[in-house]
Design a protein around this ligand. Structure first.
Ligand SMILES: [Zn+2]
Length: 411
């Protein structure tokens, strides 16, 4: 029940003052794609319940699925598959090389460095780097690209090992990893240890305000333990001797922030303004979160009605994007093979498998043009412009897309 007290302790401040925001029920792991021969077998599910800490304003899910189960599967997510992600990384690194005067004497670390899509920009500029990532598949690709990468989970312990070897960083990158770590406080302590006194950590996280305002509930899944506001981030970093001094808002992943964190307390006017805006919105009060659950229920029902209506009219429907958010959208909304013929995805490692829980088969994007379904549910709505451009011919031939958030609509 929304508003009820939730058992447990806050991942950031340790408080037990947690209130329920949304209960999405038991769902399979959003990235645990199922092989076609295994669809009749057992599938693990875990509770997906969202809570809000009234002490430090952190929204979070309560269940911690062991990281070995979440991140070391043989489905790899290669950042380089997305043009948007690669372009974003290039802008990011160019800016830092210039403003921080980085050269061959500098040192850059990336946490969750994936296939080296970001660090390769530094390698090309002759700046020493170290990538850290626990997934062997992506580490292999990074090493082949010439990006030095360590197959490990980042932790306080690893930061201490690196510091003991004199390997503190001028810049630490960490894109879409802070929200994923089970030991949040240890991870932030690790950043403090791995960073030089005048270094900067450039960390990208989705912005809670965008999630709530645009009903992006499908970005909630077991990998995403925390959902950050500027307020909750400020509280988190301060408790570990780090300061959120600046940030840049990004449109990537449905609304993200690139945080700039340093060891001196010197917030820009922009940070002060965002904190004031959040206070005005009441982001530190439970009331802000109260309607969110109802809005999500409304969105899911609306999507079922829309697709059900199309189906009743004899239309054929496919979907685009076999990513985690698609799995949340389909499993929580109860949309499966009765509605969707297949899902397409550019990642060849996903093709031939099926979506977790609902078991909709995954095909290559070329299938859309060959098969010409009437509608395509855009599960990867965060890459809408990129997908629409890719699928220009499909659209020209009369194919239509259904975008599910902030409210279901045909485009
Ligand atoms: Zn807290």
């Amino acid at each position: 029940m929304i508003g009820e007290n939730v058992k447990g302790n806050c991942r950031s401040c340790g408080s037990s003052q947690l209130k329920s925001v949304l209960a999405l029920g038991n769902t399979p792991l959003a990235d645990a794609l199922v092989k076609k021969e295994d669809v009749d077998g057992p599938e693990a599910t875990y509770p997906l319940d969202v809570a809000f800490c009234t002490e430090c304003a952190l929204m979070q899910i309560m269940e911690t699925v062991p990281p070995e189960e979440l991140f070391c599967q043989d489905y790899p997510y290669f950042s380089s598959v997305s043009d948007t992600v690669v372009g974003n990384a290039k802008d990011n690194t160019e800016h830092l090389i210039k403003t921080r005067n980085l050269d061959e004497n500098s040192f850059v670390i990336e946490l969750a460095s994936n296939d080296g899509y970001l660090l390769q920009n530094y390698v090309k500029a002759g700046i020493p780097v170290l990538g850290i990532d626990p997934a062997d598949t992506v580490v292999k690709v990074a090493l082949e690209k010439g990006v030095p990468t360590m197959e490990r989970f980042f932790s306080l312990e690893l930061a201490k090992e690196l510091a003991a070897e004199g390997k503190q960083a001028d810049v630490i990158h960490g894109n879409n990893v802070l929200a994923h770590v089970a030991d949040l406080t240890g991870f932030v302590d690790g950043i403090a240890v791995a960073l030089k006194p005048d270094g900067v950590a450039a960390i990208e996280v989705p912005y809670l305000r965008d999630l709530i305002e645009r009903n992006e509930f499908d970005t909630i899944y077991h990998e995403h333990l925390c959902y950050f506001s500027v307020t909750s981030l400020t509280n988190l970093f301060r408790a570990h001797g780090l300061y959120l001094n600046d940030l840049k808002r990004l449109s990537i992943h449905g609304g993200s922030m690139r945080l700039f964190i340093e060891k001196k307390d010197a917030p820009t006017e922009y940070i002060k303004q965002l904190l004031a805006e959040e206070k005005e919105l009441g982001i530190d009060k439970f009331e802000y979160y109260e309607n969110f659950g109802q809005n999500v229920e409304k969105l899911m029902a609306g999507l079922r009605d829309l697709l059900g209506g199309l189906k009743a009219d004899g239309k054929r429907i496919a979907a685009y994007g076999a990513a985690a958010k698609g799995a949340t959208m389909l499993n929580c909304s109860g949309i499966g093979t009765e509605t969707l013929d297949y899902v397409v995805d550019r990642n060849v490692h996903k093709q031939g498998k099926t979506m977790p829980g609902v078991h909709v088969p995954i095909e290559a994007p070329e299938k859309l043009l060959e098969d010409m379904p009437d509608y395509v549910l855009l599960l990867a709505w965060n890459f809408k412009d990129e997908v629409m451009k890719q699928q220009a011919e499909f659209i020209e031939k009369g194919g239509k897309f259904v975008v599910p958030v902030p409210e279901p609509q045909v485009v």
